[in-house]
Every structure is written in C-alpha cells, then in structure tokens.
Design a protein around this ligand. Structure first.
Ligand code: ZN
Length: 175
C-alpha cells in the first residue's frame, strides 16, 4: 500500500475539522481519528486514507467537485512555492527533470518534466504511482498548472494520457 506524507494530508484534515459535524457523517468510522488526532507532517499515512479524506471533502464542500480538486492542487503548488519554481526552471534543456518534491510527498511514483525537442512543449509525466485515482490525477494536474503559472509560463496544461484510461503513465502537456 502506498503512502502520502502528513504535510499533504493536513490541508484536507483542517478543512474537514472546520466542518466536523458533516465530516463525521460522511467519513467512515475508521477515519474519525483524523478529526481529532494530531497529524505529523513528516509521518507517512496510507494513500487510501488521503483519498477518503478528499472524497469526504468533495461531499461536503458546496459547488463543483472538480473545482474543489483543482483548488487543492493549486493550493499545494502555492504552499510549496519556491521549490516548485526552481524545479521547473532547471528544465530549460531537453533532459528530463525529476520533481524531488513529488517523492517528498508520496512514497511511490516519479513526476518528471522535459521539454519536447520538436514541439517545445513542456511535458510532465507521472510514472509508477501506486494509488492512481481520478481525484489524485485531477489534483496533480491542477498542481502542475499552478506551478507552470507561478513560473511565469502562460500556456495551459492539458492532460494527454492517464493510467486510468490504460495509458503507460499520466501525462500533461503545456502548450
Ligand atoms: Zn491519470
């Protein structure tokens, strides 16, 4: 079972605690401890627990669920700010860059970026992620979009492949 760092759970946990009554109603009982126990930033938590927290939030936050996911991804990128920026800016050549940040947040998968020599597009690929889900994919896409925006690029990020659709990896391309 793959794991996620406490630092990326904490946003969802905080949001759920602000809506504790509703959260208790939608979270399975085994997850109720997340509403009371201290979350340790550097500890690893089951990726499926992160997904359960995200799904609970999507049930109780009003509005478009996709928007909720995009908000989470963008917020993560902004929290990491400078690190993401410098990671992206090392990607000026065609050699692929590995986002060390991904590996600091998830114990499986590698997020890489490279510039396509022919199209000049920046291509992001998430490979070997142990717990793929539509939710994590949407969050990751929004994370990439916000990172790209913060680094001063104006292009939009498009998803061009997904393991959930049978692809070899999840891929986003910045035009
Ligand atoms: Zn995907």
């Amino acid at each position: 079972m793959s794991k996620a760092k406490g630092s990326i759970l904490v946003g969802a946990v905080k949001a759920l605690r602000q809506r504790k009554e509703e959260a208790l109603a939608v979270l399975p009982e085994s997850m109720h401890r997340y509403l009371t126990d201290r979350i340790l930033m550097a500890d690893w938590y089951p990726q499926e627990d992160l997904l359960a927290l995200i799904r609970a939030l999507m049930k109780i936050i009003p509005g478009d669920p996709d928007q909720v996911l995009r908000g989470m991804g963008a917020a993560t990128a902004r929290e990491l700010g400078d690190g993401v920026y410098s990671n992206l800016m090392t990607n000026s050549g065609s050699a692929s860059t590995t986002f060390a940040l991904w590996s600091s947040m998830h114990d499986s998968g590698t997020l890489k970026s490279r510039r396509d020599a022919k199209t000049k597009e920046i291509v992001f690929e998430l490979v070997d992620f142990g717990s793929p889900s539509a939710e994590m994919c949407a969050i990751t896409g929004a994370f990439i979009q916000e990172s790209v925006r913060m680094s001063g690029h104006t292009g939009t990020v498009q998803k061009t492949s997904c393991v959930l659709d049978g692809g070899a990896c999840c891929r986003w391309t910045t035009s």
